[in-house]
Design a protein around this ligand. Structure first.
Ligand SMILES: [Zn+2]
Length: 448
């Protein structure tokens, strides 16, 4: 435990109070309202951290503070589990900023495995501040690859060798992309299953229900839902042969879906047990990229001028063929997505929050806060939205010690200046982040 400058004063006071050098490496956070990630709320709580884990948690009079522990007063604050971004592409230059927004774990869904494995090791060794990374490594797709770095699967033998390589390198999930056919998907799922690794997909040539039935565990961006809902998906599959035509055809397609058909898809997908990572904030970007007020309402303070320039929004608009006429249609698509998600959850479907940052207008960390606000706008309670970025996301990662604040869990939590259950926007009022037991000041992480 290394107290940051932030806590030096408190630390000094604790020393004065004890009159001795602390005999314990434990730190007790005392007086906050704890939202533990399972729905339990503890007023005037104590969290005792030691060696990177939570060793005690509960109401103030029910938890013994070890002799010599450093006591940190957090009266009038709220503490939530560290946030998990369920869909992000963080890298060396952005991980500290994710952490500064309270993101202590990332489900990383596509990137160079060697580089990310090295970054992940340095984060774990505390030489780089950042969230825990749960990697997919290179994204797999049928030919042709859509983005540089993707690996093409041309045959079942390809699927066998590529999945085995990723599995041996220790990936947490295998990610499929839009040009994956049904046969290729079956081969990848079978091979991943042999290694007990979940498969997730951004679908193009396969609809959501078929993918779920084949054993795909999670779906990104609500992909394949339109194709599973329309009576004739052939025009969509034809469009998916080319990127981004397929993506925009899909996004526009939502607007024309009728609610009873969406209800059928929501029921079937919930029953299939597939987890949805909708990344509403990413769809919102395309729906509102021409709305100049949109970017003005986002917290882009953690994005460097060079990164903003690299986003090159006019180029995005041109390449994706987004026109003025798209604005009302894509707004209607967003309403249909929200309706679909409400029905999916009503039927017991599981949703995990993810941002797709740092893609265009998706700021590291801040865009996950934005996703939570969009989930609330879609009809989630703030508690449900929070669960989708904490306990729910941890379940998807199969990471039992994350996402919930309890004795034995890792000490990943965020001290907030406002109650997120009253207003989900309060997740943005980050005072301090505790990651693997170490305290971080958000401002210090952003100026690196
Ligand atoms: Zn992505």
């Amino acid at each position: 435990m290394k107290p940051s400058r932030h806590w030096t004063a408190v630390f000094a006071l604790a020393l004065l109070a004890c009159g001795t050098t602390p005999a314990s490496d434990a730190v007790a956070y005392v007086g906050a309202t704890v939202i533990d990630g399972t729905g339990r709320i503890i007023a005037n709580a104590v969290i005792v951290e030691s060696g990177g884990h939570i060793v005690g948690i509960g109401p103030r009079d029910g938890v013994e503070i070890p002799r010599g522990a450093t006591v940190v007063a957090v009266d009038g604050r709220w503490i939530i589990p560290g946030l998990i971004d369920g869909h992000a592409h963080a890298g060396e230059s952005t991980v500290a900023r994710y952490l500064s927004y309270g993101v202590t774990a990332i489900r990383h869904v596509g990137g160079n495995l060697d580089r990310l494995t090295s970054l992940s090791a340095r984060i774990a060794a505390d030489s780089v501040p950042g969230p825990r990374l749960y990697l997919a490594g290179e994204t797999l797709t049928g030919p042709p690859a859509v983005w540089p770095g993707q690996v093409e699967i041309r045959s079942p033998a390809d699927a066998d060798s590529v999945v085995a390589r990723l599995a041996r390198a220790g990936v947490s999930q295998v990610k499929l992309y839009t040009h994956t056919t049904r046969d290729q998907m079956e081969a990848v799922v079978a091979r991943a299953r042999a290694f007990n690794i979940p498969v997730t997909a951004h679908l193009g040539f396969v609809d959501a229900l078929t993918a779920a039935t084949l054993g795909v565990n999670a779906l990104e961006h609500l992909s394949g839902v339109v194709e599973a809902t329309v009576t004739d998906a052939a025009p969509y599959y034809a469009a998916h042969a080319r990127f981004p035509e397929g993506w925009m055809t899909f996004l526009r397609g939502w607007a024309g879906l009728d609610s009873s058909a969406l209800e059928r898809t929501a029921t079937a997908l919930a029953a299939a047990g597939v987890v949805l990572v909708p990344t509403l904030v990413q769809s919102e970007t395309y729906a509102r990229v021409l709305d100049t007020a949109y970017a003005g309402g986002l917290d882009l303070s953690g994005v460097t001028p060079e990164e903003r320039e690299a986003w090159n929004l006019p180029d995005l608009v041109r390449r994706y063929g987004i026109t003025r006429e798209d604005a009302p249609r894509l707004a209607e698509s967003r309403r249909k997505q929200d309706l679909f998600l409400r029905r999916f959850v009503a039927h017991g479907g599981r949703v995990v929050a993810g941002s797709d940052s740092p893609n265009q207008l998706l700021a590291p960390g801040a865009s996950l806060h934005e996703e939570l606000a969009l989930l609330v706008r879609a009809g989630f309670t703030p508690a449900e939205a929070l669960a989708s970025a904490t306990s729910g996301a941890a379940q998807l990662l199969r990471a039992d010690s994350l996402g919930v604040l309890r004795a034995g869990a890792v000490a990943d939590f965020v001290v907030l200046r406002g109650n997120p259950l009253e207003d989900i926007r309060n997740v943005g009022r980050v005072e301090t982040i505790v990651a693997r037991g170490r305290t971080h000041d958000p401002g210090a992480l952003r100026v690196r």
